[in-house]
Design a protein around this ligand. Structure first.
Ligand code: MLT
Length: 240
């Protein structure tokens, strides 16, 4: 029997995927997912997603050795050590460190998936590895797959939609039953080809990052398959 595959287009619909009992991949290309993948690839020992700046600061007080990172309105909040730019998470700064991360949408979406048995973090940076892992787990557990294209503040984001399609491109599609949104994401990704950067740069989130001088992050987050790691969210922590 084919594996059911869904793409949810807003973070708040993560709950539907949890109810279906699916394995979930959270996708927030700009920039939460890409930052998490980069941080773990560069040696961070774990990442703790936290919903608010206040809670993040409280955790830092309890654990002064943890690194406080994240963004609000795209920028590093006052008193934080790192922002939410993948460029901040170099091996030198974060190797073997625990990171407290709070972002506007991404970390909340991750937290909202905590009722699911398997939650992975997906991005362009680890698209093929993510696709492989989703397939393996769905086959083994005999469950469906949900890709959560988080979007921004309750609205669809082109980069998350295209990334969901890119991950679907890596799956052997004859073994799947795609929902209409999954089929649309797959077709969009196939049709986009090498124009990913041009299309994402025309999107709202990319323009917002460009306005605050962070356009370099956009290009970085669009690097397909730079890493072969797949972060897993379990018991409140993201690890490899
Ligand atoms: C988010 O989680 O809302 C994003 O990662 C925002 C950003 O840093 O661009």
């Amino acid at each position: 029997m084919g594996i059911d595959v869904h793409v949810e287009l807003r973070a708040r619909d993560t709950v539907k995927a949890v109810e279906r009992g699916d394995i979930i991949a959270i996708i927030d290309v700009l920039r939460c997912s890409s930052t998490i993948v980069t941080a773990l690839a560069n040696g961070a020992s774990e990442i703790i997603p936290v919903p608010t700046v206040k809670k993040a600061k409280q955790m830092k007080q309890r654990h002064p050795d943890y690194i406080l990172a994240g963004e609000r309105k795209g920028l590093k909040p006052k008193g934080f050590e790192l922002g939410n730019s993948p460029r901040d998470f170099s091996h030198e700064r974060i190797d073997e460190k625990v990171i407290i991360l709070t972002t506007t949408d991404g970390t909340k979406a991750i937290e909202s998936a905590k009722g699911a048995t398997h939650v992975l973090i997906g991005s362009f940076l680890n698209a093929s590895a993510g696709g492989r892992r989703l397939y393996e787990i769905a086959r083994k557990k005999n469950c469906g797959i949900s890709l959560i294209a988080c979007g921004k503040k309750g609205r669809i984001s082109i980069e998350d939609f295209l990334c969901a399609g890119k991950i679907l491109e890596t799956l052997p599609t004859d073994e799947y039953v795609l929902s209409d949104s999954a089929l649309a994401a797959l077709l969009a990704s196939k049709g986009t080809g090498k124009r990913i950067s041009e299309l994402v740069r025309s999107g709202e989130h990319s323009k917002a990052l460009e306005e605050i001088g962070l356009v370099e992050d956009v290009e970085l987050c669009l690097g397909v398959d730079h890493y072969s790691i797949v972060p897993v969210f379990l018991n409140g922590k993201i690890t490899l």
